[in-house]
Design a protein around this ligand. Structure first.
Ligand SMILES: [Zn+2]
Length: 566
């Protein structure tokens, strides 16, 4: 008796066509029941539900192959070769694994058999099927495009929000083309969104308003609109009656949100816009009057100009590296004339959906805190001195050249004494000795000439005294403008986690060459004399700076800082 396994796959697309895993399973089980020498091993039922056949990395098929190698079953049943993969050579990869494990496979709707002829026939049919499928798909697509282009008719469609799609009825009294009709309820929402936007409301504000009014998006998993959907809706000319077919196409995703994910259900997970020439225009019922539509486009442009993100007027020193203890990033957010770093959980999720209730951190206070501490580290005279020394001792190209020349001179002298020795011991004729000496002497003259030039150049560049260099560096750090400070912060600080009460800064300070300074060098960076040693040149320094930001006596007045440890 053979232990039987079954493998089933159905893609998301085909599910909609009522082709379900259930149907495959029924048919496979019936076939196993018919085959007198097979009995289903209930541990060996493999499914990939909602997976594209263009992908071979699927959890079900991987498990099936692993179990095949472990000999958990003797024969594999599947509906047709297309279940294994839509690509012929992928099928072959899987069949090779099965052959290697000495496992038979039975496809319900293909040529089966153990002889080489049968296998070849199966292969050829598989190849043809793949070719046919590609051809048909391509013809269908071209045919569809032609119909839209020539007859301006809509075919098989996911309607835009605000519309329903009535499919084409081919025959009879009700004969009609596919068309968009207005969905009254959704259209009302579309109008509201446009009116809000025209009145100057931001996308975030619109989203919050929709949430307050309990308007749920059509396809969302959550009951919140995403601002990008609102943005697309506000720019979609469909709503003023001009709809485009063939506007976008799906492409392979380049930057995955979760790059470590092992299995991906679809190959082409992203959409991009096609060139405008490829768009096909179809007229649909109007929801938004053109005047309102254009007014909104103007408003969106204005929003872009005044947007926080594009607003360089407000300067945030640790923007992009500051986080909230809850795990979300914090981002710059001005309010009532003050700048704050606020938790993105709060900014992105309105009202009931937000999980973090930590207050914003005053950006002006935090920025100066971070900078002052970083500056203290960067400008410790002893450290700067060591660094300056290292830098100064480092060789310039000119110095390297000079060293090189000196070395060549040493080697020449060595050769000279070697030749003299050989000549003295009568190992070299006088003629050859003289020739060699002449070559050496001319080389020596050339080197001496070169040396004179290099030394003259070196003399023209006097060394700055180290103390002067150190003072210069310290003064430079004191006088940096905001952009220079920001550059330094972005290069040295890797992470800031802040609440109103406490701020922790992580960073890398490449100037701390403590290895050479010796491990007895300690630097303190806050009043509590927290001292840290570091023995690595590139050190990950935790700055452990703890402060309490006392509430100011008057609102919105930045108060001098009070440290928690005082
Ligand atoms: Zn938070």
């Amino acid at each position: 008796m053979n232990k039987a396994a079954i493998y089933m796959r159905v893609s998301t697309q085909n599910q909609e066509k009522e082709e379900t895993i259930g149907n495959q399973e029924l048919e496979l089980l019936a076939r196993i029941a018919e085959d007198a020498d097979s009995i289903l091993n209930s541990d060996c039922i493999y499914k990939d539900d909602g997976w594209s056949g263009m992908i071979l990395e699927r959890p079900g098929i991987d498990q099936m192959q692993a179990d095949a190698l472990d000999k958990k079953f003797d024969v594999l049943y599947f509906y047709d070769r297309g279940r294994i993969s839509r690509k012929h050579y992928y099928q072959q990869i899987v069949f090779d694994v099965l052959d290697k494990a000495n496992i038979k496979y039975i496809s319900l709707h293909d040529v089966n058999g153990d002889t080489d002829e049968d296998k070849l026939a199966g292969n050829i049919l598989g190849l043809f099927a793949e070719y046919e499928r590609t051809k048909i798909a391509s013809r269908m697509r071209i045919g569809k495009l032609r119909k839209v282009r020539e007859h301006k008719k809509l075919l098989g469609y996911n309607p835009k929000y605000g519309y329903d799609y009535l499919p084409r009825i081919k025959k009879g009294l009700d004969e009609r083309d596919g068309q968009f009709v207005i969905n009254d309820l959704q259209a009302k929402t579309v109008v509201s969104i446009y009116q809000w936007s025209a009145s100057g409301m931001s996308k975030h504000a619109i989203r919050d308003k929709l949430y307050e009014n309990r308007v749920i998006p059509a396809k969302a998993k959550r009951n919140i609109w995403s601002t990008s959907v609102i943005d697309r809706l506000l720019r979609d000319s469909t709503y003023m009656g001009v709809h485009y077919y063939n506007k976008t196409e799906s492409v392979e995703t380049k930057n995955h949100r979760n790059p470590d994910l092992k299995y991906r259900k679809v190959v082409k997970g992203s959409r991009i816009q096609r060139p405008k020439d490829d768009w096909l225009m179809v007229n649909v019922p109007v929801i938004i009057a053109p005047e309102l539509f254009h007014k909104v486009q103007q408003q969106l442009l204005r929003n872009k100009k005044t947007s926080r993100r594009n607003n360089s007027k407000n300067s945030y020193l640790v923007g992009g590296i500051i986080e909230c203890p809850c795990g979300y990033a914090r981002t710059g957010d001005p309010a009532n004339g003050c700048l704050y770093y606020r938790c993105c959980d709060r900014l992105n999720n309105p009202l009931g959906n937000r999980k973090c209730f930590l207050p914003g951190v005053n950006a002006t206070v935090l920025d100066s805190l971070v900078w002052e501490n970083l500056k203290k580290l960067l400008t410790q005279p002893q450290l700067v001195f060591e660094q300056a020394k290292r830098w100064q001792e480092g060789m310039s190209p000119l110095q390297l050249q000079s060293e090189n020349l000196k070395e060549r001179l040493v080697r020449l002298n060595e050769s000279e004494s070697r030749y003299a020795k050989m000549y003295g011991e009568a190992l070299m004729s006088e003629q050859i000795y003289r020739d060699n000496m002449m070559t050496i002497n001319s080389s020596r003259t050339a080197i001496a000439d070169e040396m004179t030039i290099v030394e003259k150049e070196l003399a023209g560049k006097p060394l700055v005294p180290l103390e002067q260099l150190v003072d210069g560096v310290i003064k430079l750090v004191e006088d940096l403008d905001f952009n220079q400070k920001k550059q330094i912060v972005q290069k040295t600080v890797t992470k800031v986690i802040a609440t109103k009460e406490e701020v922790t800064v992580w960073g890398r300070l490449p100037v701390l060459a403590l290895q050479e300074v010796g491990s007895d060098v300690k630097y303190s960076h806050s009043k509590d004399e927290t001292q840290r040693e570091n023995s690595r040149k590139l050190s990950e320094v935790e700055l452990d700076v703890k402060y309490r930001h006392r509430r100011p006596p008057q609102r919105r007045q930045i108060h001098p800082l009070q440290r928690s440890d005082r």
